[in-house]
Ligand binder design. Structure first.
Ligand SMILES: *Cc1c(COP(=O)(O)O)cnc(C)c1O
Length: 418
């Protein structure tokens, strides 16, 4: 086997000595593959972000909810953020204790709230009406609130989750109403949180946004924690030499802010953050098959079995994913050609990448779509009735562990009660 294009998996020994063609033969194509060592490295970086002692990072599990990965994240000492009863259920099944979970939903039903209350999971409400609904259901309890700090950030309009144009959070102008609702239902506000958006590569907006939430915190006396949100970015353009987020400097700057605030608030509050993508993104890759090559009106199409049922991000956010190519043929250095890399779904929008410069592969070669560990499998579907893929974990020993079976044709039919 030769790598025809790219060197990330070679440099990181991503496949742990396993041959990619053997993996596809054993588990089928396409296949989600995760590397345990990379996952643990990312967890440790986040866990050790600051020296402030009372610091508890919460992994936002929506990025990837495979319970084998959740177990590793928990072993590394992280807690978890959850967005739905399904995520609460999976997090509990993977070993998280209710007090290690923080439920941060948006526009949930009373039934969803009841699920969290019954399972002893602290909840953050993100509107006055949801606070009122919660108060009626669970008076006299502890609660948290999500505020909109007034500034947002992110890689795409669809992922900016604070500022003026978003459905998220309670506005600061409503603090007086918040206080009267808390009083009305005898609720204790123990935590406040924010999340300004996803995928920042520059730490300044994040550090700046902490000033706003800390300012909001000064209005409340019983706080036990402040949650600063997630959004930590990863370099999707590795092959062009994109730099990593400078997590060391971010940590130093954050440390100063946390220590100063604790001093002025007069209490060593717990600080939380909510990284989602940063934790599993780079440990995951999709291995697929080159199924066809064709030219149509001057455009070179590289057809694969990685449709948007397998990876949504390119069509949802115009996202870029670096790609590698693997071949069993003698690797000759063919000239690079701009390829439009497409999947096998019957929609013309089913495009993984446009005008990507790649050497010309053979049909039957394999393609590796990098940085697919976050919002990859968790957003995948069985559209066109393609059963969802298997997932495997390359353990630190190099051993390959099947952590999710490929769905079958029968799985498509089962919920229809025939
Ligand atoms: C999605 C989400 C996160 C995680 O976002 P990332 O960009 O993946 O770090 C954190 N907090 C909340 C409230 C979210 O909705």
């Amino acid at each position: 086997m030769h790598t025809l294009h790219g060197n990330f998996t070679t440099d990181t020994q991503f496949f742990g000595g396993n041959n990619v063609f053997d993996l596809i033969e054993e588990y089928g194509s396409p296949l989600y593959i995760y590397n345990e060592e990379i996952l643990r490295t990312r967890c440790k970086e986040i866990k050790n972000l600051v020296t402030y002692e009372n610091f508890v990072p919460h992994y936002s599990v929506k990025a990837n909810t495979n319970i084998h990965l959740l177990k590793i994240v928990r072993e590394e000492g992280l807690h978890a953020d959850v967005m739905s009863p399904g995520e609460i259920y999976l997090a509990l099944q993977s070993g998280f204790k209710p007090e290690e979970l923080f439920f941060i939903p948006n526009n949930v039903t009373a039934e969803d709230m009841r699920y969290a209350i019954n399972h002893g999971v602290l909840m953050s409400l993100d509107s006055l009406s949801q606070l009122e609904l919660y108060g009626e259901m669970n008076p006299g309890s502890k609660v948290a609130l999500r505020f909109n700090p007034g500034i947002g950030a992110g890689h795409h309009e669809k992922v900016v989750t604070a500022g003026k144009k978003t459905k998220f959070g309670i506005n600061q102008e409503d603090i007086d109403i918040v206080k009267s609702l808390l009083k009305k239902y005898d609720l204790t506000l123990v935590g406040i949180n924010q999340h300004i958006g996803s995928l920042f590569m520059d730490y300044d907006p994040y550090i700046q946004s902490t000033a706003s939430i800390l300012h909001i915190a000064e209005h409340f006396e019983d706080l036990e924690f402040i949650d600063l949100g997630g959004g930590f970015g990863i370099p999707y353009h590795k092959q062009d030499g994109e730099a990593r987020l400078d997590i060391k400097t971010l940590g130093h700057k954050l440390d100063v802010v946390l220590h100063n605030f604790a001093e002025s608030y007069g209490k060593k509050l717990q600080f939380q953050i909510e990284p989602g993508r940063y934790i599993p993104c780079e440990c995951g890759l999709i291995l697929g098959t080159v199924t066809s090559l064709k030219e149509n009106a001057g455009v070179h199409y590289l057809g694969t079995d990685v449709g948007f049922n397998v990876l949504q991000r390119p069509i949802m956010y115009d996202s870029h994913h670096d790609m590698e190519l693997y071949t069993t043929h003698v690797a000759c250095t063919s000239p690079l050609t701009p390829f439009t890399v497409v999947g096998n779904i019957c929609e013309s929008g089913d495009i993984l990448a446009k005008d990507r410069l790649l050497p010309t592969p053979h049909v039957g070669d394999l393609i590796g779509v990098l940085d697919a560990g976050a919002y990859g499998f968790s957003m995948s579907s069985s559209y066109n009735q393609r059963p969802r893929t298997a997932e495997v974990l390359i353990e630190e020993t190099g051993n390959v562990k099947l952590i999710r079976k490929r769905e079958t044709l029968e799985d498509l039919l089962r919920p229809m009660l025939v």
